[in-house]
Ligand binder design. Structure first.
Ligand code: ADP
Ligand code: MG
Length: 375
């Protein structure tokens, strides 16, 4: 067990690392963060902020020697980086779990090989393979780069197989994943944690709405039939076991209009859809990550009240500083800002969480609080 007072290392320095750090420091841990940037969302609240590129293996090893365990808040850390520190200090989740979830084709194949339901997909590494993959999967299809995509970046919709040439040159990637476009009834996520001793705990199912492929709103608990929730949780637990996972994992699901549940993707870390646990659950996803990687027993994942979370993107700053007091005027709304200096369209600057007697009440509150920012 890694006891409070020890130092925890985080690779990456965004808002996920910031909220992890807040949870860890509340429990008496110290936190060191490593990323190529300075004055970062994580660095502003950590004990130590190391600024160096992820391929500076000497700097990584020096960082690793000063902490008792390393985790990451960003999955595009090169696997050479985690391999370089593995011999010095424990890394949770494992570099292997990171490696699998870093690349869409590998991740989907891992899931499909073990019988977990995924969106029908095909992998293409040339323009010719892309054309035949589109013909095989059928259009409309969504073509995604296998690596480094987030918030819908690196994705194109193919209306017909004739578009292979255009998409191949616009994505310019070496490995592409072609997916059938699913008619979505709902997008759901399960955030679950597995401890060093194999104990598993999951939060209630979350329901997610996206705008322009970026998460916009999460509500909890999700309004889905109990059988769907049970199936999602069973799949999530199976994936944690299959990966021999330690830490917090998010599994994003699609529920089709036909009622089929499919895994969309995995995030090997706390996730945007779990931000509402910070205010609305007995244990937040960030505290759960601290507990899991330190070998402490997992905390209760019970939701205190129905809740909703709305993201605050940089677009809200288009006409100047948002009216924070207006959002805070709602007593059940919590404001979270990540300390990012420059607002940009599509950039996640913060979020609001609201609680209510019902999910709908929480949702109405969080939306009206966000609308009030611009008034
Ligand atoms: P990212 O890594 O950017 O989160 P995702 O694969 O999760 O990438 O895609 C982002 C969003 O785009 C999804 O949450 C969903 O709204 C939409 N989307 C992606 N793939 C599909 C698909 N095959 N069918 C329907 N919608 C999709
Ligand atoms: Mg996603």
């Amino acid at each position: 067990m890694i006891v409070p007072g020890s130092a925890l290392g985080v690779l990456g320095s965004g808002q996920l690392g910031r909220m992890f750090t807040i949870a860890a420091r509340r429990m008496g841990y110290r936190v060191h963060t490593f990323s190529p940037d300075s004055d970062t969302p994580t660095g502003q609240v950590a004990d130590v902020e190391v600024t160096a590129p992820y391929d500076d293996l000497d700097a990584l090893q020096a960082f690793a020697r000063r902490v008792s365990v390393v985790t990451f808040e960003f999955e595009n850390v090169p696997s050479a980086a985690t391999s370089a520190i593995e011999s010095i200090v424990a890394v949770h989740p494992s570099p292997e779990a990171l490696h699998i979830s870093q690349q869409r084709a590998r991740e989907k194949q891992f899931l499909a090989d073990r019988g977990f339901p995924t969106v029908p997909f095909a992998v293409a590494t040339t323009q010719g393979e892309l054309a035949s993959a589109l013909a095989r999967i059928g259009t409309p299809a969504i073509v995604k780069t296998a690596e480094s995509g987030y918030d819908g970046k690196g994705q194109q919709v193919a209306a017909s197989a004739d578009e292979a040439g255009r998409i191949w040159s616009s994505l310019g990637a070496r490995v592409l994943v072609v997916e059938k476009r699913i008619n979505l009834q709902a997008e759901l996520s399960v955030i679950a944690a597995r401890g060093l001793d194999g104990q598993v705990a999951q939060f209630p199912l979350f329901e997610n709405r996206h705008r322009h492929h970026i998460l916009d709103l999460t509500t909890a608990p999700a309004a889905v039939p109990a059988a769907v929730a049970a199936q999602a949780i069973e799949i999530a637990r199976g994936i944690l076991e299959a990966l021999d996972y330690v830490g917090v994992l998010c599994i994003e699901f699609f529920l089709s209009t036909d009622g089929d549940l499919m895994v969309n993707e995995l995030a090997p870390r706390p996730h945007n859809s779990g931000h509402l646990t910070f205010d609305a659950a007995v244990t937040s996803q960030f505290e759960q990550q601290v507990r899991a990687i330190c070998g402490l027993p997992l905390g209760s994942t019970e939701l205190l009240r129905p809740a909703a979370m709305a993201n605050l993107l940089g677009d809200l700053w288009a006409e100047g500083e948002p009216d924070w007091a207006a959002a805070c005027r709602q007593p059940d709304v919590k404001l979270h800002l990540y300390g990012k200096v420059t607002p940009k369209p599509g950039r996640k600057m913060g979020h609001l969480t609201a609680m209510g007697r019902t999910v709908l009440e929480a949702q109405d509150r969080v939306i009206s609080a966000r609308d009030a920012l611009l008034r």
